[in-house]
Design a protein around this ligand. Structure first.
Ligand code: FAD
Length: 168
């Protein structure tokens, strides 16, 4: 967060990613909303201990929605804050869209982000419904560490990885 502040002070484009499973995210987010800028909220991909994080899916989802409520608050809008929701969870996305609509946020004042190749039909459906969606597309030659992390996060990705290696 210090690095982010230094980059913004130097007028460089930089944003933050916060994990909804972390207990400290609520206070970090309050600070980020106060100063404007952009935050991407994700559930969190790593195995963390109970002392620093929520570990049950239901708790993480509830906290995600609570934090999303802060990101779509009046204060956030007044401060020029830009909310970004990095999730493929359609139940959460539906609730965020309804919340944003109720609170008067236009569809282009916030965005969803998903991984390229994950739930492609749903991605198209979301864009057709008028939502703003950005796809996270890593590229480059050093693909192994990225691929290993994605498989750790979602074991079905092992099949995607093997298929794409075989096609090569
Ligand atoms: C743009 C972006 C940036 C991210 N940056 C970070 C970061 O900096 N730090 C961090 O800790 N985490 C990061 N993540 C990962 C995030 O924390 C979650 O682990 C991941 O997005 C899965 O959670 P979900 O919200 O999609 O919900 P889930 O409930 O896990 O998934 C919802 C649905 O999407 C499907 N799905 C989800 N992920 C995948 C996948 N990888 N492959 C195939 N199907 C999938 C599931 O099968 C499920 O049906 C990022 C995610 C995105 C989209």
């Amino acid at each position: 967060m210090d690095l982010h502040q230094a980059l913004r002070a130097a007028s460089l484009p930089a944003g933050l990613t916060f994990q909804a499973y972390r207990h400290r995210t609520e206070s970090d987010l309050k600070g980020a909303i106060r100063t404007g800028g952009a935050v991407r909220l994700v559930k969190g991909a790593f195995a963390e201990g109970k002392s620093i994080a929520f570990t049950h899916r239901r708790e993480i989802d509830e906290n995600f929605l609570r934090l999303a409520g802060m990101m779509l608050s009046e204060e956030a809008r007044e401060n020029g804050f830009y909310p970004i929701f990095g999730t493929h969870d359609d139940r959460i996305i539906d609730r965020i869209i309804r919340m944003a609509h109720r609170r008067g946020w236009p569809a282009d004042a916030y965005e969803f982000e998903m991984l390229y190749g994950v739930r492609c039909r749903y991605q198209e459906q979301l864009v057709r419904s008028g939502a703003k969606l950005r796809l996270y597309l890593p590229f480059g030659t050093d693909w192994r560490p990225y691929a290993v992390r994605r498989v750790g996060e979602c074991p079905q990705n092992a099949a995607f990885l093997i298929r794409s290696l075989v096609r090569r």
